[in-house]
Design a protein around this ligand. Structure first.
Ligand SMILES: *[C@@H]1O[C@H](CO)[C@@H](O)[C@H](O)[C@H]1NC(C)=O
Ligand SMILES: *[C@@H]1O[C@H](CO)[C@@H](O)[C@H](O)[C@H]1NC(C)=O
Ligand SMILES: *[C@@H]1O[C@H](CO)[C@@H](O)[C@H](O)[C@H]1NC(C)=O
Ligand SMILES: *[C@@H]1O[C@H](CO)[C@@H](O)[C@H](O)[C@H]1NC(C)=O
Ligand SMILES: *[C@@H]1O[C@H](CO)[C@@H](O)[C@H](O)[C@H]1NC(C)=O
Ligand SMILES: *[C@@H]1O[C@H](CO)[C@@H](O)[C@H](O)[C@H]1NC(C)=O
Ligand SMILES: *[C@@H]1O[C@H](CO)[C@@H](O)[C@H](O)[C@H]1NC(C)=O
Ligand SMILES: *[C@@H]1O[C@H](CO)[C@@H](O)[C@H](O)[C@H]1NC(C)=O
Length: 607
């Protein structure tokens, strides 16, 4: 049984302040799709449900203290049985004066009546000891509706500043979460040289974690062994695939229900490396296909035979659109991401203006409005790959993207960093490895439109980030097969650079567990037939960092040696410099030497 203590009326009323419905303060509920109520949480109806049951005679449980806060007075009870902050804390989508804070507060012991919300308070401070008055504080409710996740916005913060935060159970204030560290971004008008207090701003860039294939050492290495400021995730943060290579067993079930997706996030977030990385740094994330299903496009995936005309197949009996809806819900519950448009939870494409140093433009080339992709048996994608009426992101997003690139140049930002899912540059496999058909190569006209927008408008200093492929690829950006305007040896004629990153733990497309020697042979063959490709590496799992200053962008690739235990045994495998204004990799590429992979014109020295 729970204790029957009541919390102080005055203390609560004072803390709640002007913030109204404490359900609305929890952004995890914010999926209104207001014109389509069946597609979202309607906090008014949750409020009404809570109030109705609690005020009716049927509600006889007296074991909850009374909630007197603000306009929630119709709902007098909150849960008082004790909570467990089961998945530590996280933060994300920092702006110059605010950041999102995340936790999960699960009732301990017997589950509460579903009409009783859990109340969680938060505070944010400028010191790691949380001393003095918090800069911002508040309360919010969570409930089983959102898997007891909680996402609040801490506001009134100073730009470009480090902060520490903590959550507590409102009803038992001694029950607190771990302390998290986060930061804000520079204001959009801050001069490039003053961003991050004049030090280079470092992004750590990840994709593709696969729980049973390896411990998430890339996350812990980045958190503990680099000076990364912001963690950027390009998707495939979770996936369904089952395997047992390191003995971390997964249920074999294709994800289909809300419970499946939530359980999968809860499992992935039990990895200590991932928990450490979330606790200590703000993240900026986008999803790829596996947050929904394999090789998704706007109306289907490789795991379903749904078509525009309807639902034809699902391994679980639920249609693709239903799966996509619950997948999107679970993503917004578990990731510290802002909802960009109140009536469109599917829109996660958004832009961050980080001083005049850069625009970080995050795209959704996957789930938003992508035309048909390769789902293995549909050879028609080879025929349609070059059709001008195909888009990888939908024409609304495309137009926004071009406008955002132009606006970034116009406002005088030095760099345009584009975080997106899949490999952008052309990759002819020439039989050297399995075809990677689900990339921009299937949307050639869209790729040409991006390149033409950059060339025609003389937009400098664009850096495209990509994930999805489970291997490392570094290329100059140029029109595919253009060996006239673009010179592969000098980089002359390029319009930017692509940094493609390997997986946190998903297996190599060159073959799971492939050793560096054979992988480098494959890389060398690919480099020989792809003029834009300057470095390829397919053996190691890992991540890369991108350090940006007014005159230089430096990408450092990190390789993790062993994923069969949690460890930070990693090394820098290659470093690439891009000088502002040059729109290509500095020559000699990677300083002429790499510790893994194959470099154009130079053979790698494998450690
Ligand atoms: C709290 O959650 C953690 C993580 O799921 C679990 O290991 C622990 O046993 C839970 N503690 C209680 C008291 O329920
Ligand atoms: C990474 O940091 C941890 C914690 O400081 C340290 O124990 C470990 O030796 C470091 N690893 C490497 C490869 O430097
Ligand atoms: C979908 O249909 C194609 C063609 O009929 C078939 O080859 C494929 O196996 C089906 N996929 C699933 C998941 O049922
Ligand atoms: C898309 O373009 C192709 C090639 O021009 C054309 O055959 C096809 O009919 C177009 N599809 C639509 C829906 O307009
Ligand atoms: C570039 O050339 C290769 C080899 O001839 C060809 O397979 C590919 O389709 C070409 N790419 C484009 C975009 O035309
Ligand atoms: C790489 O390829 C060369 C020639 O094709 C071959 O002789 C060599 O054994 C290969 N190396 C590895 C490690 O597979
Ligand atoms: C990884 O480390 C474990 C434990 O030290 C060891 O048993 C295993 O052989 C290592 N794996 C590789 C591929 O080196
Ligand atoms: C790289 O190694 C290959 C054999 O694998 C050799 O043919 C080639 O000449 C080497 N290239 C350089 C630049 O040393």
């Amino acid at each position: 049984m729970f204790s029957t203590s009541t919390i102080s009326f005055l203390a609560l009323a004072a803390l709640v302040g002007a913030k109204s419905n404490p359900l609305d303060a929890n952004l995890a509920y914010r999926s209104p799709f207001e014109d389509r109520p069946h597609l979202g949480y309607d906090t008014r109806s949750i409020h009404a449900r809570i109030a109705k049951r609690q005020l009716s005679n049927e509600f006889t449980d007296e074991h909850y203290p009374t909630w007197y806060g603000a306009d929630f007075s119709n709902s007098p009870n909150i849960y008082n049985g004790g909570v467990n902050f089961t998945h530590s804390v996280a933060s994300g989508d920092p702006f110059d004066t605010s950041v999102l804070l995340w936790t999960r507060a699960v009732p301990i012991g017997p589950a509460p009546d579903q009409s009783v919300p859990v109340c969680v308070s938060f505070g944010i401070w400028t010191t790691s000891a949380l001393s003095g008055k918090p800069v911002d504080a508040g309360q919010a409710f969570t409930s089983y509706d959102v898997d007891f996740t909680l996402k609040v916005e801490a506001t009134n913060l100073k730009a470009d500043t480090k902060y520490w935060y903590q959550f507590a159970d409102c009803a038992n204030s001694k029950t607190v979460s771990p302390i998290g560290a986060t930061r804000t971004l520079a204001s959009p008008t801050t001069s490039a040289k003053n961003v991050n207090g004049g030090k280079p701003l470092t992004l750590a860039i990840f994709s593709c974690s696969n729980f049973p294939f390896g411990f998430f050492n890339a996350y812990s290495f980045a958190a503990q062994n680099t000076s990364a400021d912001i963690f950027v995730h390009l998707g495939d943060y979770v996936r369904y695939l089952s395997a047992t290579s390191i003995g971390r067993i997964l249920s074999d079930r294709e994800l289909a229900t809300i419970s499946d997706y939530r359980t999968r996030y809860a499992l992935y977030r039990s990895d200590q490396g991932l928990l450490t990385a979330h606790q200590n740094h703000p993240w900026i994330t986008v999803w790829d296909d596996h947050e929904v299903a394999d090789n998704t496009w706007k109306a289907g995936s490789a795991d379903s035979n749904d078509t525009a005309t309807g639902c034809q197949f699902s391994p679980s009996g639920s249609c693709f659109t239903d799966r996509k809806l619950v997948a999107v819900r679970a993503y917004h519950e578990w990731l510290p991401i802002r909802q960009v448009a109140a009536d469109d939870k599917l829109r996660i494409w958004r832009n961050f203006q980080i001083g005049k140093l850069l625009d970080l433009t995050m795209l959704d080339t996957r789930n938003y409005d992508r035309d048909l992709t390769n789902v293995y048996y549909n050879t028609v994608v080879n025929t349609v790959a070059a059709f001008g009426n195909r888009s990888i992101m939908g024409f609304d997003q495309e137009n926004w993207f071009y406008d955002t690139l132009s606006a970034s140049q116009k406002r005088g930002a030095t760099w345009r960093v584009v975080g997106q899912q899949i490999v952008f540059s052309q990759l002819n496999e020439g039989g050297a490895c399995a075809p990677l058909k689900d990339a921009w190569d299937g949307y050639r006209a869209n790729r040409n439109r991006v390149l033409s927008h950059l060339y025609d408008n003389k937009i400098d200093n664009t850096i495209i980030l990509s994930g999805d492929s489970h291997a490392n690829w570094v290329s100059d950006l140029a029109h595919p097969n253009d060996t006239t305007a673009y010179d592969s040896a000098t980089g002359k004629g390029a319009i930017g650079v692509e940094f493609g990153g390997t997986a946190v733990s998903s297996p190599s497309p060159f073959g799971a567990g492939i050793l560096p020697g054979p992988a480098n042979n494959i890389s060398a063959k690919l480099i020989a037939i792809n003029p834009d490709l300057q470095w390829s590496e397919g053996s190691y799992r890992g991540f890369y960092t991108l350090a940006l200053s007014e005159d230089t962008a430096t990408a450092t690739y990190y390789a993790m040696r062993n994923l069969s235990t949690p460890n930070t045994d990693g090394f820098a495998s290659a470093t690439f410099v891009v000088k502002a204004g040059q729109n290509r990799l500095s020559r000699p590429v990677a300083g002429g030497a790499v510790a893994a992979g194959a470099l154009r014109n130079i053979n790698a020295t494998t450690p």
